[in-house]
Design a protein around this ligand. Sequence first.
Ligand code: NAD
Length: 330
Amino acid sequence: MSAGAWLVTGGAGYIGSHVVRALQADGQRVVVVDDLSTGIAERVPHRAQLEVFSVLETRELAQVMHDLHVTGVVHLAAKKAAGESVNEPVEYHNENTGGVISLLTAMAAAEVRRLVYSSSAAVYGEPVDDNPLTEASPTNPTNPYGSSKLIGEMMIRDSAPALGLSWAGLRYFNVAGAGAPDLSDTSANNLIPMLLRARAAGRPAKIFGSDYPTPDGTCIRDYIHVSDLADAHVAACRLVTDEAPGSGVILNIGTGRGSSVREVIESMSLALGDQLVAEEAPRRDGDPSVVQADPSRAAEALGWRSSLGLDDMTASAVAGMGWLESHGYL
Ligand SMILES: NC(=O)c1ccc[n+]([C@@H]2O[C@H](COP(=O)([O-])OP(=O)(O)OC[C@H]3O[C@@H](n4cnc5c(N)ncnc54)[C@H](O)[C@@H]3O)[C@@H](O)[C@H]2O)c1
């Protein structure tokens, strides 16, 4: 890799703070741009320079790339709540779709040509027959969040030849766990944080749908440990190179193994040393029964495979409970 810096947008966020640490551990110099809308400044290590502004500020972004000798970008900055995006479609397209337009404009101006982009399994929408999902499976996002991620991929792909970009779009499946307690997931929407919140509030956890065509009747998802995901970014940063302008790849980042809601609850109970109380509730609209990745293309392209399992994810989430509580997230 070159001696230039990697710019991590959204580097003060849950996934971004893990990516920043993984890149630093790989010996890279890292610059973070984050507007701190959901990010936490203290999560950015001192050795990484933090610039606080929105990626929508194109001129400022190009200036930072130029002044801090950025030679590649990991673009994580985005709004990510699929449910919220249904009620706030314009905001989601402004931040996410607009964010990619601004980023590509700034990269062109600063002549930065390597890009790793945070995409999501949300681009697939409701899988029809394909499970596990391959990168060739149909993309039919069912909400503006998923659309914005897919449009981002398309804009990068379309721009790559003219801008000389070498790029990788990483479609993350369900991200969970933490590399350290102070990097825990603070969001309200994912299953594991929801289980922790319900327990802290003394409420039973809700199982949305117990009549799915799965072995125990509950939805199955492919959970990937955030530390494994961060390592996949380091491998992707090695893959994108100035020697291959115009080339790009889309990769599923998951484990290839699915876990049901009941299995996650059992694993959490084990980590807590205390049986979680759960109650069955009706299905939620648009929840597919099984979403599972075929990660073989990522294994081939990146030489990367996940190494941590569900119990590692739940144990590290439980280890972060004290931090979440003391910072008002539980
Ligand atoms: N968490 C998941 O399960 C998951 C799954 C698939 C994809 N993703 C994607 O991964 C990325 C990171 O997600 P996360 O879970 O770490 O969320 P997060 O909210 O913790 O991180 C997003 C970061 O981006 C920053 N940000 C948002 N808009 C910005 C803007 N306009 N300019 C500058 N900074 C901005 C936020 O302050 C925050 O630090 C997102 O692109 C998300 O869509 C996440």
